[in-house]
Design a protein around this ligand. Structure first.
Ligand code: ZN
Length: 305
């Protein structure tokens, strides 16, 4: 039955994907869709990590059903994946990333072929970036901009591309990227209005990049060429617009006829001098020296307004 998953993708994907393992961190509007698409594409092994339960207001822009409400997102997605491919292997973690200790996270990262970071917790994204480079594993970091009018995917391949921190500290700052709002109570990005069509536009690109990354050892497959040709041009940071006239896109596409919403720009990222994550391996810092969650700032009595 599993071979039927590849009946419509001959020459694009290979059955080798059944043996590939992907860690997905965050099973919200991005993670739920990306994970299911990868299973339908034939990826056979997943490590799933999310500490939340499905709520009614998740249904408008995820792949959850009303019957999933109250279940953990990990258990609900695991059910969906088994309905797509009964032989799929799932290692579930019903916790956020801060609930996974250093030794266990190191073991997980070492066991997978690809990390996909789709969490709304910036500290978790940073931690995954650190582990990915320290243990030499590729990772994709996908994030939406305000209202899902735009978004970004950072391709991180140790030894080939600079890390997520170098990308966000370089390209994002240079172009005054439109950051999403941070909820300062939790340190997470605030949930805000956005529609499934815009969110899934970025998710679809994440799926294609993931498949391309997982098939880099099969250059004859057409999906493999998608990422390979970008890497050959040193392009590792993709920005997308879902609406017309978004952010810096009008400036870049000025005088180009026939432009409207759904544009993309690919950037080259430079490694920061002395980056503790992606510089030469002697300079890299052991991620187990870092706290599992950001240190809490306690206001002094005299500093309170
Ligand atoms: Zn770096």
């Amino acid at each position: 039955m599993t071979s039927a998953l590849f009946a419509r993708s001959a020459g694009i994907l290979s059955e080798q994907l059944l043996e590939k393992s992907v860690m997905v961190v965050g099973l919200g509007s991005g993670g739920s869709y990306v994970t299911e698409c990868l299973a339908r594409s034939g990826v056979g092994r997943f490590v799933l990590l999310d500490g939340e339960c499905v709520e009614a207001d998740n249904l408008c822009r995820t792949t959850y059903y009303s019957g999933d409400i109250g279940c953990t997102k990990v258990s609900a997605i695991s059910r969906h994946l088994q309905n797509i491919n009964p032989t799929v292997a799932i290692t579930p973690f019903e916790t956020d990333l801060a609930g996974v200790g250093h030794k266990r996270l190191a073991a997980i990262v070492n066991s997978v072929d690809l990390i996909i970071a789709l969490t709304d917790d910036p500290y978790a994204q940073s931690r995954l970036n650190h582990y990915a480079y320290y243990y030499n594993k590729p990772a994709l970091f996908a994030a939406l901009y305000r209202g899902a009018e735009g978004g970004e995917i950072i391709i991180c391949i140790p030894g080939k591309t600079p890390c997520m921190e170098c990308a966000t500290g370089g390209v994002r700052e240079a172009l005054s990227r439109p950051d999403a709002d941070i909820d300062y109570g939790t340190g997470r990005l605030s949930a805000e209005p956005a529609i499934i069509a815009d969110i899934h536009h970025l998710d679809s690109a994440t799926v294609k990049l993931a498949l391309s990354l997982l098939q880099q050892d099969r250059p004859e497959l057409s999906v493999s060429k998608f990422l390979a040709s970008a890497l050959a041009k040193k392009l590792s940071y993709l920005c997308m617009s879902m609406v017309p006239e978004y952010w810096v896109f009008p400036e870049v596409f000025r005088n180009t006829p026939g432009q409207h919403g759904y544009q993309s720009m690919w950037f080259t990222v430079e490694s920061r001098v002395g980056c503790p994550f992606c510089n030469s391996s002697e300079e890299r810092e052991d991620p187990s020296n870092f706290p599992l969650s950001p240190p809490k700032i306690i206001m002094q009595e005299s500093n309170k307004i």
